[in-house]
Design a protein. Structure first.
Lengths: 332, 343, 405
């Protein structure tokens, strides 16, 4: 009997525009373009590369954090430790800055290592000890917050100059460097999706029992998801430090809810098995862009919240409506 | 011993013992959680001589009453496989409406239910979004939270005014026979909540829905109604918690609910319920709420810096989770079965 | 079913944009108006809304009502949100930004770009370390150390005390607490029995104080940041005596200090703390610079520390701080109302309605500020970077020790 047919990627290499549009990422991309058009109409300077760079710099930390979160959500879990890892890596960057480009690489590796370590703990708790993801990662988040407070008890510190200048700058005066990091994550994902581990991720999220019966190493896949997510959160903390140039022990707290909103906006199902990182990255960008659009549209500050809530719901409704119109299964 | 009697012996050993299993997993986990609370309270005497006392128990239960009521609603939502993130905003709504519409004026007896009805209405709107528009609960409740918080901000122009109605002050500040009123309330609510969740038909429907939606539908459970109900209940519970906080602090602020969201989820999960729905009981959740409050009390008394205190808090939650694992029970049961069959 | 959902979605979108159109404020056609932005981050407590309201009231008071186009932007607790808001304001051509910054350091780069574009930044209460900014704050006036000394004086130099702090990881909380501890540590008889974070909220203060009281029912005094009225409630809940307390300036606390029944039970102390009036002062200062009535380089300006001991509490009869009164009757404002939002010298154009609703006072006109501004001390991490604090950073300004360590 041949082994499970997962060595050959089931996704066809042909370009299928209809399928692309129907996917979550397609919908949020359309939403992003529409919002940007409105923004440009209200604010002519929106089309300048300086403004675009600012927007990208602002969105990249959330985009990368949401991308990491997606890995866990795809395997049918919740990872609350995103807030903890970002706070921890941010204070480490600010309290132990490493100068120059070599130092930047060192800092990056340090952030990835911290995130990975937290991911290993999470993976062990959830995949091996079979604790519930939401509870276990809540506990690890609290511990990480405590560690961050131990390292830096009030906002301060100073991130290395090279990091905070180069990584918020533009390449050839046009391309935002931070955007390249997000792009790198997206490309890594496209590659990872076609590996056994990547396909296993979807399978475990869609139906764990069936995946186990098909011979997919469920525990290993889950473990890998948490470790990968943790490392990506480390990268997000790194990019955040570049943007704010200082440390804050509470830096990660706002990311918790926003990351999940970005993930859902990007079309990933919160019960696992469907979606992808690209959608989450675009979802994060859309959320940040929405703030700008509301500002330019002169929406009074009290109503901003109402707008954001309604837009969130509308986007999801449209997304799932689109998906069902083009023949895919409706959201759970 | 003939082969036949050997086989008979073997089958005899594998009798159906389901009824004999008096303590199911969730009862045991509830007991474990309460035991942990008692242990922690006794251990806290090491931290300070005034701790480990009956007074501490009373204070903990008074402070835990908010979380217990909130976790009931959150628990019902989680039971059916959802998650309610709008609770902090609804707590604020309940509190703000109470002080703004009622204050310490007349008419509390019919205005308080009106405030609860408004909260329930919000819950209904959320539920409609989830059930009819098929928006994932996480997102719908998050959206509701943002919208309600904005509305409260606009309604009060930033400064909620008004004091607490008399009856709430009686509930939260009164004391009978040396025991604070909220403690009596907690006990009554805990029992009532447990009965509703585990002993009524409605409760059974909720468990069924959370376990397997399709099967529940086939079995004749009114799925749409039962899906909507938990969100309405959790919204009303949250609004009531807002009222309790108003009585406790004699006023409302726009952020009063913020610190209660994660603890409400933690209490449910620590109490043994599965985040995916379909299992758990309210007794465990009450235990989880009290445990979290106890941990907070003990941590507050430790004179370490905040970073260390936070780490200890996270570690205690982790320990509680590790002790309540599914596999631990299987192993214990296996152990007790071995003991039984050996003896 | 699928199509009905799509239709409903479309209806929601239409309604959303309709609502948006309805709430869009009229844009000023007159190009000569100053474009001023009021940028809040955190919102939703009495202090924040009072501070925002008085700026709105001042902007609507003649002659500023003709000269200023004020837009309020609330960006939430996420620094990224406020960074994005600042960038939008700079792009929109702001003349001045009056702001409560969420972070003392994260916004610096964006502020630098704004300064380069000619925008004036006025921060109130919370400060940033960017040098091109005007920081208007009481934080350099020594709230922590002065109130700590007052408490020590009340206790005669010995006793068990609680420290009710603010938000963990926040530089304002740290500055206050460091200042207070510098005094407490001088007295070996003073023991800090419990230290907890109350998040500047009455409710949380009440709950945390209740927890601390379980462990230490024999506390002798409480040093509190904002939310202090909650500590009194916790003591009342427990029953028995009250203790000397220092705190900020909520109306409930001031009335309690002046209440004979509470004094009977042992309540004494001082009400100091953060005045929301700083925002009005910052706004008026900015307008005087924009209208060329004053020249001032970006600097750290100190707002005087309110200082009201128990025997100086005077309840106001009317709607303003007149005749030296400094608290409002119960029922006129809630106990969480922050009283130091008016000032007879600096902000005579305001009344209690301005603080509650943001409405200008009938017939009032903008009065000039006093000529002199007091420059605050350098405090690294709070209002400057790469700077040294003065040697006497924790020097007492409001009170003398009556007890020697």
């Amino acid at each position: 009997m041949t082994g499970p047919a997962i060595s050959r990627p089931y996704r066809m290499a042909r370009f299928q525009p209809r399928k692309l549009l129907a996917s979550g990422a397609g919908v949020v991309f359309v939403l992003y373009v529409v919002l940007y058009a409105i923004y440009a109409a209200l604010q002519p300077s929106a089309l300048s590369s300086g403004t675009f760079t600012n927007l990208v710099n602002n969105s990249v930390p959330l985009a990368i954090a949401a991308a990491g979160e997606t890995l866990v959500v795809l395997s049918r879990g919740f990872d609350l430790s995103v807030a903890g890892v970002i706070s921890l890596t941010n204070v480490v960057m600010a309290v132990y800055p490493q100068q120059g480009p070599g130092g930047a690489v060192l800092s990056l590796l340090l952030c990835l290592a911290i995130g990975g370590a937290v991911g290993i703990v999470n993976g062990w708790l959830v995949a091996v000890l079979r604790l519930q993801a939401i509870a276990a990662t809540l506990a690890t988040m609290i511990v990480c917050q405590g560690l961050a407070l131990l390292i830096l008890d009030a906002p301060g510190g100073m991130v290395a100059d090279w990091v905070s200048y180069e990584l918020t700058d533009r390449l050839f005066g046009v391309v935002p460097v931070s955007g390249l990091f997000a792009l790198a994550v997206a490309l890594a994902w496209l590659f990872f999706k076609r590996t056994n581990l990547g396909i296993g991720l979807y399978a475990v999220g869609a139906d764990e029992q069936a995946a186990a019966l098909s011979g997919i190493p469920v525990r290993r896949v889950r473990f890998a998801a948490f470790v990968g997510a943790g490392m990506i959160y480390g990268l997000a903390g790194f990019m955040l430090s570049a943007q704010t140039a200082t440390g804050n022990p509470n830096a990660g707290t706002p990311f918790l809810m926003l990351a999940f909103a970005a993930v859902a906006l990007g079309g990933t199902s919160l019960s696992g098995g469907r979606g992808g990182l690209i959608g989450s990255i675009l979802g994060a960008a859309t959320l940040m862009l929405l703030q700008k659009v509301l500002f330019s549209g002169g929406v009074s500050s009290f109503y901003t919240g109402i707008f954001q809530g309604v837009v969130l719901v509308v986007a999801i409704v449209f997304g799932s409506a689109f998906a069902s119109l083009t023949g895919r299964r409706t959201a759970a | 011993m003939t082969p036949q009697t050997e086989m008979l012996d073997k089958f005899a050993a594998e009798r159906d013992t389901r009824k004999a299993r008096r303590f199911d997993r969730h009862t045991v986990s509830a007991v474990v959680v309460f035991a942990l609370c008692v242990l922690l309270i006794l251990a806290s005497r090491l931290v300070s001589p005034s701790l480990g006392s009956f007074q501490q128990v009373l204070t903990v239960m008074t402070l835990a009453s908010f979380l217990v009521v909130l976790s009931f609603g959150q628990g019902l939502v989680i039971l059916t496989g959802g998650l309610d993130l709008s609770l902090p905003a609804l707590i604020t709504l309940g509190g703000v409406l109470t002080t703004t519409w009622i204050g310490n004026g007349p008419g509390a007896w019919y205005l308080l239910p009106a405030v609860l009805a408004v909260c329930g209405g919000v819950g209904l709107a959320t539920a409609i979004g989830i059930v009819w528009l098929k928006v994932p609960p996480f997102i719908m409740t998050m959206a509701t939270s943002i919208i309600v918080a904005s509305a409260a901000l606009g309604l009060t122009n930033g400064t909620p005014r008004g004091a607490s109605p008399e009856i709430l002050l009686l509930l939260m500040k009164g004391s009978y026979l040396g025991v604070p009123a909220p403690v009596y309330f907690l006990v009554v609510f805990a029992v009532a909540g447990w009965i509703v969740q585990s002993r009524t038909v409605l409760g059974r429907y909720l468990y069924a829905l959370g376990t397997n939606r399709e099967a529940a539908q086939i079995a004749g459970v009114p799925v749409t109604l039962v899906s909507i109900l938990p969100y309405v209940v959790s919204a009303v519970c949250a609004g009531f918690v807002g009222m309790m906080l108003v009585g406790y602090a004699n006023g409302a602020t726009l952020r009063m609910g913020d610190n209660y969201l994660l603890p409400s989820i933690a209490a449910v999960v620590i109490g043994g319920s599965s985040i995916l729905g379909g299992s758990g009981n309210f007794a465990g959740t009450v235990g989880g709420a009290i445990l979290l409050t106890t941990v907070g009390t003990v941590i507050a008394a430790i004179g370490l810096e905040q970073g260390l205190r936070t780490i200890i808090e996270g570690a205690i939650i982790l320990v509680a989770l590790l002790l309540l694992r599914e596999e631990l029970f299987e192993r214990l049961r296996g152990l007790s079965a071995k003991v039984k069959s050996a003896g | 079913m699928k199509h009905s959902r799509l239709m409903l979605g479309a209806a929601l979108v239409a309604a959303t944009f309709g609502l948006g159109a309805a709430t869009t404020p009229v844009q000023a056609q007159d190009g000569k108006k100053f474009k001023i932005y009021l940028s809040l981050s955190y919102s939703g407590n009495a202090w924040q809304s009072e501070a925002a309201n008085i700026v709105k009231a001042l902007a609507a008071t003649p002659p500023y009502n003709e000269m200023v186009e004020l837009t309020e932007v609330i960006s939430g607790t996420d620094p990224q949100g406020q960074i994005s808001a600042y960038e939008s304001m700079i792009e929109a051509g702001a003349d001045g930004i009056v702001s409560f910054p969420i972070s003392s350091t994260a916004l610096n780069r964006t502020i630098r770009r704004g300064c380069d574009a000619g925008v004036l930044f006025f921060m109130y209460d919370a400060t940033v370390t960017q040098p091109c900014v005007y920081n208007i704050s009481y934080i350099t006036s020594g709230f922590g150390e002065n109130t700590a000394q007052a408490l020590v004086n009340e206790l005669g130099g010995k006793g068990k005390i609680f420290l009710s702090r603010g938000v963990p990881g926040n530089s304002v909380d740290k500055r206050h607490t460091d200042g207070a501890l510098s005094v407490f540590q001088k007295y070996p008889g003073i023991e800090v029995a419990a230290e907890y974070y109350s998040y500047w909220d009455d409710r949380t203060t009440q709950q945390e104080t209740a927890k601390a009281l379980v462990a230490h029912p024999d506390v002798d005094g409480i040093w509190a940041q904002a939310g202090e009225y909650g500590a009194i409630q916790a003591l009342l809940d427990k029953g028995g005596k009250l203790v000397p307390m220092t705190g900020e300036n909520s109306n409930g606390f001031r009335l309690a200090l002046a209440d004979p029944a509470m004094q009977e039970k042992g309540l004494r102390g001082v009400s100091a703390g953060s005045p929301p009036a700083q925002s009005g002062y910052a706004f008026k200062l900015m307008m005087e610079i924009l209208t060329k009535k004053r020249t001032l380089e970006p600097s750290n300006i100190e707002y005087p520390l309110p200082w009201v001991p128990a025997d100086s509490v005077k309840v106001c009869e009317g709607e303003t701080f007149e005749n030296g009164c400094n608290a409002f009757p119960d029922g006129v404002v809630p106990s969480s109302f922050v009283t130091e939002v008016l000032d007879p010298v600096l902000l005579p154009e305001l009344s209690i309605q301005s603080a509650l609703n943001g409405t200008p006072v009938e017939g009032a006109t903008i009065q000039p500020l006093p000529e002199e501004v007091k420059i605050g001390a350098n405090e690294p991490g709070i209002n400057c970077q790469d700077c040294e604090p003065p040697a006497d950073l924790y020097r007492l300004t409001k009170i003398e020790p009556t007890v020697q360590p």
